[in-house]
Design a protein around this ligand. Sequence first.
Ligand code: UDP
Ligand code: MG
Length: 317
Amino acid sequence: MKKISIIIPTYNEEESLPFLYEKLNEIMNQMQNYDFEILFVNDGSKDKSLEMIKGYREKDKRFNYVDFTRNFGQEIAMAAGLDYVTGDCAIFMDADMQDPPELIPELIKYWEEGYDDVYAKRRSRKGETFLKKFTAKMYYKVLQKMTNIEIQRDTGNFRLIDKRCVNALKKMKESERCLKSMFSWIGYKKKEVLFDRPERVAGKTKWNYMKLIDLAINGITSFTTSPLHLATYIAVPTFILLVVYTAYVIAKCIITHTMVQAFQAIILLILFFSGIQILLFGIVGEYLGRIFKETKNRPLYFVNEYNGEKELYDTKK
Ligand code: UDP
Ligand code: MG
């Protein structure tokens, strides 16, 4: 029997857990032909979440948990989920039912059809301010412009990934993480499923704008070093300006038979030296970008299929 693992990062969710527990049991009863593992990663909850999870485990051994020593944040909780998960595939889900568990059978259906990464895309979002929706939209736009890897829009962490993807993600040990962009980066066969995102069943969101900005920056920097090219891009027009203005000043001097005036000389000097400075920044940036990429120590590629001759070759030697 195939085993489905469900990873649930949990931080102060005592109010939502009973709803989630009930719903998960319903789904597991519906899908008797699969084994299940529910893996809670308790991210340093200060309420009764952990006791409740332990209670579930007493009743049903399919419920598992990893308990953090303190609050490390959702991204790290999900990284731990990847490390501890044992199923043939893993589903990431929030504890607050904003990722409707009813969608799980559909995710599994596509996985059985051979997709490696079945992600749930939000058709709509309830209970979110206009500002949040707008910033999210702009963010995706900018991010996509900066990279040539295809990014899944309006997609959170709610998705099912095959064991192959779990293993791939486990190789990415960077500490500043943004799993959402890592899912895109690893590739594999993807399939989208649409859903309407409901409001939280209970409790309050654990995210605020500061944390979201952090995540956004992590998202960009874990995808691309293109912001570092900015200086190089600014240096070029500065030098063009310098050349054009120099030509203009010289031409004017010749035509009107006058000396170069002080203000013109100052403008030329400013353009020249700021141009050189920006250019040097750009060079430093280019190297910095390379160091940044190297220190992340990511695998260079993931293989989808290989016909297997290499093994033969190795054993012959
Ligand atoms: N969460 C976590 N650690 C944190 C913050 C959140 O494990 O530091 C969990 C939280 O319990 C929930 C999920 O991450 O299961 C998503 O959090 P939340 O619902 O607050 O975010 P939102 O849906 O508002 O983006
Ligand atoms: Mg939520």
